[in-house]
Every structure is written in structure tokens, then in C-alpha cells.
Write a new protein. Structure first.
Ligand code: AMP
Length: 419
């Protein structure tokens, strides 16, 4: 009978990769908490309208990538393609804005987008997401970016590029929209069908096109940065001068527009040079109208999403001093020693010591082989004679030394070694 495989684009994360994931999550949690963030957990499934209204009808995500279905109660539901809309939904539903003026939240977990799977791009992928709701001050933008870069540095990721841009606001965009329309007048036919559609729905997004001929046409196009209104310009300058207080390099990229409609003003991306086509690790930005668009009060926000799979692929193996294996492997010689070994093994585990043993009466040689494979620090050989004499040999596998210990003292001795 054939085995059942995972769904295309959905991937298992196996050990030891899971250990790296846990290390990344713990590092994020530590650093984000230092910067005042608290964890929120939101459902994987939301009403479809949340994403239609939140992310924007004209985005690739909403147009063609969402896992949407009608459930048995005739309600249209969607597996979340990103976390920001859900976090804001929860922020509004629980009126968190009534209890605090600044809300800093982080979350992590799976997201779902029906994209074409390839290396670094999956249909279920994971993100670490951080959001600050409340202040619209440029220092907030700088602080969030600083925290992000500090986190990535802590993971010792090589060759990172931070790019920032400002997407302006409702004041700056209409004149820019007019300028880009007049620049492209007569050339619309040469653009790809996606870009022709974007010209109508959201002209900013033409800069996001990966088609070479579109990029060539757009190379001399007007840029939004030249249309920023004075408050947006001032905000962006202040973000940069606040970042300049720290030892942080970044590049201004006036063509970076991001794939979600809700962004206003500061946007940023982190890419890694050597990572081929799917080289964006983090995307984020300010969204000053999203809370209002989702039915809430006029509250600003800014956030980022880190792609977990891409981050894990770039993160060097965490350095740990301790061996990954157990502290002790108990090998048994003869079936009569099994019960004593089984009792000792599980008693020590309940006291917090990592101990392994074999079940199933394998030869001493194959038990020792397994102890080696697991990289156990110590092995204890228990046989009928050892139990009768109440003594056994504890072998240090690394130093290749052994000591005789009394069986009555074995628990304390091993617990002492653990310290
Ligand atoms: P976005 O939510 O589109 O701004 O994406 C933020 C980050 O999530 C990207 O920079 C990627 O690292 C990651 N990401 C987005 N889509 C995928 C995907 N389909 N597979 C893997 N990672 C993804």
C-alpha cells in the first residue's frame, strides 16, 4: 500500500531542524520582551472579510492565494495568509486600546498562501510577527527596526541588507498616481497584464513587478519619494536620523513597495545577498489606517513579519556547550537486570536527568553502539552480578575512564553530574 504524503507546499520540520527553530523562537521572545513586547496567540482561521478588508482586494494574496472555503454554516472562512490583520482584529475585539496607549504584541506560527511552491516558498510557512499599535512617532519606526536588526544580529546571520522606503500617505499618492499615469501613457500595451491591472487598482505596485520588460519601462519612472508631502517627508527624515544614532547600515530603496495594500509611510525589508530569488527574510512597515479600516478608532500601527523558513535556512547551527545527547545510557547485561535499569532510568528522568536505555533485550554490543550514536556522556552497565553486589561501573565515554559506584548512591551521583 502506498504511503500518504504531505500536501504539496506543506512541509514537515524534523529534528534537529526543530531545535534550531526553538532556539530562534526563544531568542526572539527574549529580545522582544526586553523591548516591551508581549505575546499574543490568534486563531489560524478567520472570516474571509477580515483579509479582504485588511490586506486589500487588489493584492496578489487576496486575489489568488488565499485558502478560502465555505464551512458547514455557510460562512466564508480563510486560513490566515498573514498575522497583522488577525492581531488587529483581536486588538479591536478586546478593546486593548482602552487599557493602554501603546500596545506592543508579537506572535509566531503558520501562515497559508497558495503560491507556486519552490525553494524558500511554501504554501504553509511560518512567520514571527511583531506589531506596535498606538504611536505614530518616527522614533517608534526606528525602535522597531532596531529591535529587528538586533535580533537578526544575535542569530549571527551573514550578509544582511536592510532597505527602507516611505510610501507616503493619502495626501502624497494622488499626485504621484497622476505622474505615473502620464509617464506610462502610450506604453501601457508593453506592460504585462498584471501591471496593466495594477495601473488601475494600485499603480504603486507596478514597481513590484518581476518581469524584466516592465522593469526596463519603469527604470526612468517618477518615484513616490519626490511626491512626499511635508509631514511624510519630515517623518521619513526623522526615522533615518533616529536610526543613525545606532551602528546600523541601511539603504534607501525608493522602488521597494511591498505586496500588501495597507502600508503608509515607512516600509522596510531585509534581504540576504546569497539567497537566490527568494531572498527577502523580513518585510514590514507602518499602517496608519488599517485599524480604522477594520472598524476601529484612528490608531496608527507599525509591524514586521519574519519568514521563519528563510530565517532558519540562514541561521548557523546554534552553539551549545552541552552535548545534544543524554547524560547517561544504561546498558543491561541479561534480562534480570531490566527492571532495575527501567526503574532507575525513569526515576532519573522524573528528576530531570536525560537518560536512555534500550527496550527489547538487544546484545550489549548493540546497546553500546546506540550509546555512542546518541553521544551519551556516561554509560552504566548493569548486570545480574552488579545488582547482586550493589555496585556498577560508570564509564565516562569522552574521557574513556570508569569509576565504580555503589548502586544505592547512583541517583545522587548522576544528579550531581548533571549540575
Ligand atoms: P509578507 O508577509 O509577504 O510581507 O512576507 C514577509 C516574509 O515572510 C517574507 O520576507 C518571507 O521571508 C516570508 N514569506 C512570505 N511568503 C512566503 C512563502 N510563501 N513561503 C515562505 N516564506 C514566505
Amino acid at each position: 500500500m502506498e504511503i500518504i504524503t504531505a500536501v504539496r507546499g506543506f512541509k514537515d520540520v524534523l529534528p534537529p531542524e526543530t531545535e534550531k527553530w526553538r532556539y530562534i523562537e526563544e531568542t526572539a521572545r527574549d529580545i522582544f520582551q526586553t523591548f516591551g513586547f508581549r505575546e499574543i496567540r490568534v486563531p489560524l482561521l478567520e472570516k474571509t472579510t477580515l483579509f479582504q478588508r485588511g490586506i486589500g482586494e487588489s493584492t496578489d494574496i487576496v486575489e489568488k492565494e488565499m485558502y478560502t472555503f465555505v464551512d458547514r454554516g455557510d460562512e466564508s472562512l480563510t486560513l490566515r495568509p498573514e498575522a497583522t490583520a488577525s492581531v488587529i482584529r483581536a486588538y479591536l475585539e478586546h478593546a486593548l486600546y482602552n487599557t493602554e496607549t501603546v500596545t506592543k504584541l508579537f506572535t509566531s506560527g503558520p501562515m497559508f498562501r497558495r503560491e507556486r511552491p519552490q525553494k524558500g516558498r511554501y504554501r504553509q510557512f511560518h512567520q514571527i510577527d511583531a506589531e506596535i499599535l498606538g504611536p505614530d512617532d518616527p522614533h517608534t519606526d526606528a525602535e522597531l527596526i532596531l529591535m529587528l536588526m538586533h535580533f537578526l544580529k544575535k542569530l549571527e546571520l551573514p550578509h544582511l541588507n536592510l532597505e527602507i522606503n516611505s510610501l507616503g500617505c493619502d495626501q502624497c499618492r494622488p499626485p504621484f498616481r497622476a505622474a505615473i499615469h502620464s509617464f506610462l501613457r502610450g506604453q501601457e500595451e508593453k506592460l504585462c497584464s498584471d501591471c496593466r491591472r495594477r495601473l488601475v487598482t494600485n499603480p504603486l505596485r507596478v514597481f513590484d513587478c518581476k518581469v524584466e520588460s516592465c522593469a526596463a519601462i519603469l527604470s526612468g519612472a517618477p518615484l513616490l519619494q519626490d511626491f512626499l508631502c511635508p509631514p511624510c517627508r519630515e517623518h521619513f527624515v526623522k526615522v533615518q536620523s533616529s536610526l543613525d544614532l545606532f551602528d546600523l547600515s541601511y539603504r534607501l530603496n525608493p522602488k521597494m513597495v511591498r505586496g500588501l495594500d495597507y502600508y503608509t509611510r515607512t516600509t522596510f525589508e531585509v534581504t540576504q545577498e546569497s539567497h537566490g530569488a527568494q531572498n527577502a527574510v523580513v518585510g514590514g512597515g507602518r499602517y496608519d489606517h488599517l485599524v480604522r479600516d477594520l472598524g476601529g478608532p484612528d490608531i496608527s500601527g507599525i509591524g514586521f513579519a519574519i519568514g521563519f523558513e528563510r530565517l532558519a535556512a540562514m541561521t548557523p547551527k546554534p552553539k551549545t556547550d552541552a552535548s545534544d545527547g543524554p547524560l547517561l545510557f544504561i546498558a543491561i547485561l541479561g534480562d534480570s537486570a531490566f527492571d532495575e535499569a527501567f526503574r532507575l532510568c525513569n526515576t532519573l528522568r522524573m528528576k530531570g536527568v536525560r537518560v536512555e536505555m534500550d527496550h527489547g533485550g538487544r546484545s550489549l554490543k548493540s546497546q553500546m553502539k546506540r550509546a555512542d550514536k546518541l553521544q551519551s556522556v556516561y554509560t552504566l552497565i548493569l548486570g545480574e552480578r552488579e545488582i547482586a553486589e550493589k555496585k556498577a561501573l560508570l564509564r565516562n565515554m569522552r574521557a574513556s575512564t570508569q569509576t565504580e559506584i555503589h548502586l544505592d548512591q547512583i541517583e545522587e551521583t548522576i544528579i550531581e553530574l548533571e549540575r
